[in-house]
Design a protein around this ligand. Sequence first.
Ligand SMILES: [Zn+2]
Length: 422
Amino acid sequence: MSAPVTLAKYSIGVGDRFGRQAKAQLEACRLALAAGVEVIPVWNKSYREHSIIGSEPASTRRAADEAVAALGWNLAYHVDADHIHLGTVEAFLEPCDFFTLDVAETIGRPAPPERVEAFVDRHPELVGSVAVSGLDQPLETTADSLAAIARKYLLAVEEAGRIYRRIAEAKGAGNFIAEVSMDETDSPQTPVELLVILAAVADEGIPIQTIAPKFTGRFNKGVDYVGDVAGFECEFAADVAVLGHAVRTYGLPANLKLSVHSGSDKFSLYAPIRRALRRFDAGVHLKTAGTTWLEELIGLAEAGAEGLALAKEVYAGAWAEREALSAPYAAVIDIDPSALPDPAAVQDWGAEEFIGALRHDPKSKKFNPHFRQLLHIGYKVASRMGARYLDMLAACETAVARNVTANLFERHIRPLFLGNAD
Ligand SMILES: [Zn+2]
């Protein structure tokens, strides 16, 4: 019996829509290691991404294994079945060792009164003032408010239990990392709700190592956080304190940590998160949002004539389909159609203009978050190009890889895990 699969303190979820950038992504973790911090890579790809691209979960595992062998990476790495549920988990069972159990759909479906009552009876410690080490004020509840939270979340946690047990039956408990995700829902969870959810998760017997709550504010794909940064810092620190309390009180795994979804490009949050992690000596999993594919476009544009022409063609295609492409992502993008440049105008752009509009440099006047978000969800257009797109990636590999690595290391790993020079 080998040791249980355990997620390290710091880890980064990297998406790779077309499965060609695993080496360039791993290179960013190698640079982190050289700079003095272990950041474990987790390749995540959801059922939705696989279906749009037409790829299989096994291909993510293959790309990860090949990159690890090629770079001689001898620390841990994982492959994450991202946002799966009972209906979609099967194809992920063999290749994955990390499972993000998505129960957002069940949140809010009211649990039967007798189950709520049983939960409240089982947890007298959650009624009244709950002192949590690291919080200035205790969390306050009443039997009624506890029951209301239980009513809202118990069925979701039970659903997570069903998915967990299906995976454990196939892989054996201890042979995978379990995360529960609640981020793709309408309203954020408060620290009190998080504590109740964790108590229920422990009751359900799910040894989760990460949990992805929905935080206050907007976590749009591929752009910075929109919301009150100081408020976020308080909430994040309170959540970290609550996790520590739940580990001590309910016997959840000692390495339990927060998972921040849509975590790429949240530049204004990295320093606040870093401060909270230092304060509590806690870890974090930062799941990036598939923005590696945008670095592919930047690399193509940088590489020159044909690459740039293809990148413009992707934009024109995405622009033509902007409404259909946006619909499934409505909750996580904010695109103002009037701020999108006309494809005919983009035709005349040079590489510098295209890259300037796309690259996420908030200080740059050329940066256009609408242009960036549309391309972010426009990977379907590139996917339809098939071999033409993939062959161009291969032809421009040096420029593409350089951008993929620099984006992950300089704009994400460095500010979050190492701290900026400033
Ligand atoms: Zn998510």
